[in-house]
Design a protein around this ligand. Structure first.
Ligand code: GDP
Length: 472
């Protein structure tokens, strides 16, 4: 295979700044020669791939820059499928600058953002969805986002898309048959068979699209608003969840005037908790009034509402009423959390729970209720379990597919494919001409092909890879 690129790129692949080590990476046909020109180890130029070499990097005048370890990967057994050299030097900005400058003087070119991964894609080492997973994997900061990115990188999603395209191509072939034999009135592509295949494919696409909801949650976290009357213990609960004194805890009602946000990872899911100013019907002053209206606004934007109340202050019926007011017109999962359980007896708590169930709207799904004492760090595990169950329950049960779509670009392409498939369906139902069906089908296939990069444009590639950092 003739190489696609004639130039050799170089960049710092570890984060800038002081560290024990820094890795400078080269990729391209001259990666080995350029390194050999500045590296003391004479056998390097002819060395086999997948080997490590210890030696010195020197200026042209012989001045020592650093002692380094060089890893050599020969094409095509490398990340980019080109010759790749990774120079591990000491992690000082000065050393890195000197090494980079020297390599540039010897003919390497500074890599653009994402250029290593872009070469890996263009040289066929990765498809586009896998290349994007590299960025996700680097950015992953929770167990779940890591697992999803890794699955995508290993080609799980790409395989699913290939299967899908395969089935659609089979469908297209049946239509072509019908086109060929249409005039002879041969029923190769019997309508029920076609409709069946189409329904199946549309189901898979819809499942992938639904998984995007969960994918978003995994990648970006879920926003949970903690709301309730002043003094219910919202700041205390937030602090307990974050295990640090971020919110202002105060015994004076209505002191939490602004929003305090922070993130906490529970069982691999990232929750972004938002504490709100106390909700009250008659704000005591103007500042508080602004807080209340903004609270309602925040509730509207939240993915989950944690309604916190003081068990001694509100009756179960009042809790239901306040939640109903707060969520009027919204389709929002709610967790009711009764606080200050330490001040109640076990009998009182049991009675509360029973009355809470009785006050529930008949026919409605039971609202999760957790009784705890935030101030004593009691019952937090039950709350965390309820939070995770709430998210998993609403998002995961809709996701039959093992693949979880996390990328907005992929979701858009799937939406496009879904709308073209819907057009095919409509065409089948109304007996549209086979040519028109085939055209819609081609559009759907193209949309799916864009995800893995079987169909791509320079603009698309540029917009994807410039989101990467230099050196990736
Ligand atoms: P907020 O206005 O809803 O943010 O309420 P705060 O978090 O400021 O708490 C109001 C008061 O309730 C403070 O004096 C807390 O110490 C107290 N408090 C919070 N949680 C508990 C709890 O679990 N048990 C008891 N006994 N008091 C609590």
């Amino acid at each position: 295979m003739t190489p696609l690129f004639s130039d050799t790129i170089v960049a710092l692949s570890t984060p800038p700044g002081a560290g024990a080590l820094a890795v400078v990476r080269l990729s391209g046909p001259s990666a080995v020669d350029i390194t050999a020109a500045v590296f003391s180890k004479k056998s390097f130029a002819a060395a086999a791939g997948h080997t490590l070499h210890y030696g010195a990097i020197r200026e042209a005048g012989g001045e020592l820059i650093d002692e380094v370890v060089v890893a050599l990967y020969r094409a095509p057994r490398s990340f980019t499928r080109e010759d790749v050299v990774e120079i591990s030097c000491h992690g000082s900005d000065y050393v890195v600058r000197q090494v980079l400058a020297l390599l540039l003087r010897h003919g390497a070119r500074l890599a653009e953002a994402g250029e290593f991964t872009k070469r890996a894609f263009l040289n066929g080492a990765l498809d586009l969805a896998q290349a994007e997973a590299v960025a996700d994997l680097i950015a992953a900061d929770s167990a779940l986002s890591h697992r999803v990115a890794l699955n995508q990188l290993r080609g799980g999603f790409s395989q699913e898309l290939r299967d899908l395209r395969g089935r659609l191509i089979k469908f297209a072939a049946l239509l072509e048959l019908e086109l060929d034999f249409g005039e002879e009135d041969v029923e190769f592509a019997d309508r029920t068979g076609l409709a069946h295949l189409l329904a199946e494919v549309r189901g898979v696409v819809a499942g992938l699209l639904r998984s995007f909801e969960l994918g978003n949650v995994i990648k970006n976290g879920i926003t949970a608003v903690i709301a309730g009357r002043p003094n219910a213990g919202k700041s205390t609960l937030l602090n307990a969840l974050l295990r640090e004194e971020r919110a202002i805890v105060s015994a004076i009602p209505g002191t939490t005037r602004d929003f305090i946000e922070d993130e906490v990872s529970i069982e691999g899911l990232r929750f972004r908790f938002v504490d709100t100013a106390g909700l009250r019907d008659n704000p005591a002053d103007e500042v508080e009034a602004i807080g209340v209206s903004r609270t309602r606004q925040r509730v509207r934007q939240a993915a989950l509402l944690v309604y916190l109340f003081d068990l001694a202050e509100l009756s179960p019926a009042q809790v239901h009423t306040e939640i109903a007011e707060l969520t009027a017109g919204l389709d929002l999962p709610v967790l009711a959390v009764g606080n200050k359980a330490d001040l109640a007896t076990a009998e009182q708590l049991a009675a509360f729970e029973q009355a809470f169930r009785q006050a529930e709207r008949p026919g409605a799904a039971p609202m999760p209720l957790v009784l705890l004492a935030a101030g004593q760090n009691q019952g937090l595990e039950a709350l965390q379990a309820a939070l995770v169950a709430q998210v998993r329950g609403s998002a995961l049960e809709n996701t039959a597919s093992a693949t979880i779509v996390t990328n907005v670009r992929h979701a858009r392409a799937l939406e496009t494919a879904a709308s073209h498939l819907a057009a095919v369906q409509a065409g089948l139902d109304t007996g549209r001409g086979t040519e028109l069906l085939a055209a819609d089908l081609r559009h759907a296939l193209a949309a799916l092909g864009e995800i893995t990069g079987e169909i791509s444009s320079e603009d698309l590639l540029t917009s994807i890879f410039t989101q990467f950092c230099i050196g990736k």
